[in-house]
Design a protein around this ligand. Structure first.
Ligand code: IPM
Ligand code: MG
Length: 363
């Protein structure tokens, strides 16, 4: 099992060190190879996604990714900005299916800005299409307007588009995921305004005919944004396009009060995947040793389950995380009165200790 380890920028290196430590504590043999990505790769190689990094990612069975980005790169030409590394990996590896679970851990109910009763037991799964939509649609660019409200003025434009096969495959992913959960899919669109999303809605409805055991409903994205804070537990699986999914998944993550806890998986058609925490590179706290490594550690667990066929190892990591939370360990982002505040490294150590204790108890 070969894992490409791409820590990236900001807190990426700190949180990745903890996830690697946890993987090494399992009684499994991995080949792990590390490479630069994002701003770090730009500094060293002049490009955020050098060929060497892309080739490593292609050759590996799975990619474990930290985070990329820093404000200091905002002035670079777009193709050189750190974010292009993650967009390039998604595109070149064909990672079209993005799983972003939003789970409220029992011990962290108080960390949410929503009332505890709204989010206690929350377990929803956002499935975001990741290689299409306005993110990748061509043409895009700047030009002089020939029509519109200000002909002759400078303008910028992007193209929102989805083809039938792109919608069909993500719809299948969503219905199949729902079958393993509460059998309910909400497809989020903007069919009342956008041609692309009327088509999305029509195609999802057609695919649904193959899944009579799964309930499907449709919701406009503005309403979905509202329902997510009003009654989030009414959702099970949410499936949507790239841009709406970007926005709604941040909203869903924050419902749990702790974006520092949420892993994500981006899969290709063979279930090869890239695994990353849902949070970003947080340059404001980088290097301070205070970032929460749990989202990355839980991403490693998702990797074991989805791409490396090691469900038991995944369960072990997840239960170690739960026991560490139950024992009161908290990084600053999830800390509350009476809890043990720890740094990034201590949190990783605590997870490793919990893993080892469990192993001993079992044997
Ligand atoms: C995400 C991020 C990325 C996105 C950025 C960093 C390009 O916000 O993974 O949600 O917009 O997809
Ligand atoms: Mg985002």
């Amino acid at each position: 099992m070969k894992i490409a380890v791409l820590p990236g920028d900001g807190i990426g290196t700190e949180i990745m060190a903890e996830a690697v430590k946890v993987l090494k504590a399992l009684d499994l043999t991995f080949e792990m190879e590390e490479a630069l990505v994002g701003g770090a790769a730009y500094e060293a190689h002049g490009h955020p996604l050098p060929d060497s990094t892309l080739n490593l990612a292609k050759a590996a069975d799975a990619v474990l990714f930290g985070a990329v980005g820093d404000w200091k790169y905002d002035k670079l030409d777009r193709p050189l900005r750190p974010e292009q590394a993650i967009l390039g990996l998604r595109k070149h590896l064909g990672l079209f299916a993005n799983f972003r679970p939003a789970i409220c851990y029992e011990q962290l109910v108080g960390a949410s800005s929503l009332k505890p009763e709204l989010i206690a037991g929350l377990d929803i799964l956002i499935i975001r299409e990741l290689t299409g939509d306005i993110y990748f649609g061509q043409p895009r660019g700047r030009r002089t307007a020939v029509d519109g409200h200000f002909p002759g003025a400078e303008e910028a434009f992007d193209t929102m588009r989805y083809s039938r096969p792109e919608i069909e495959r993500i719809a299948h992913v969503a219905f199949q995921a729902a079958r393993k959960r509460n059998k309910k899919v909400t497809s989020v669109d903007k069919a009342n305004v956008l041609e692309t999303f009327q088509f999305w809605k029509d195609v999802v409805t057609e695919v649904h005919a193959q899944y009579p055991d799964v309930e499907l409903d449709h919701m406009y994205v503005d309403n979905a944004a509202m329902q997510l804070v009003k009654a989030p537990k009414k959702f099970d699986v949410v499936v949507t396009g790239n841009m709406f999914g970007d926005i709604l998944s941040d909203e869903a993550a924050m419902l749990t009060g702790s974006i520092g806890m949420l892993p994500s998986a981006s899969l290709d058609k063979h279930n090869k995947g890239l695994y990353e925490p849902s949070h970003g590179s947080a340059p404001d706290i980088a290097g301070k040793g205070i970032a929460n490594p749990l989202a990355t550690i839980l991403s490693a667990a998702m990797m074991l389950r989805f791409s490396l066929q090691q469900p038991e190892a995944a369960d072990r990591i997840e239960s170690a995380v739960r026991s560490v939370l139950a024992a009161g360990y908290r990084t600053g982002d999830i800390w509350s009165e009476g809890m043990k505040q720890v740094g990034t490294r201590e949190m990783g150590d605590a997870v490793v200790a919990a893993l080892i204790t469990k192993t001993i108890t079992k044997s």
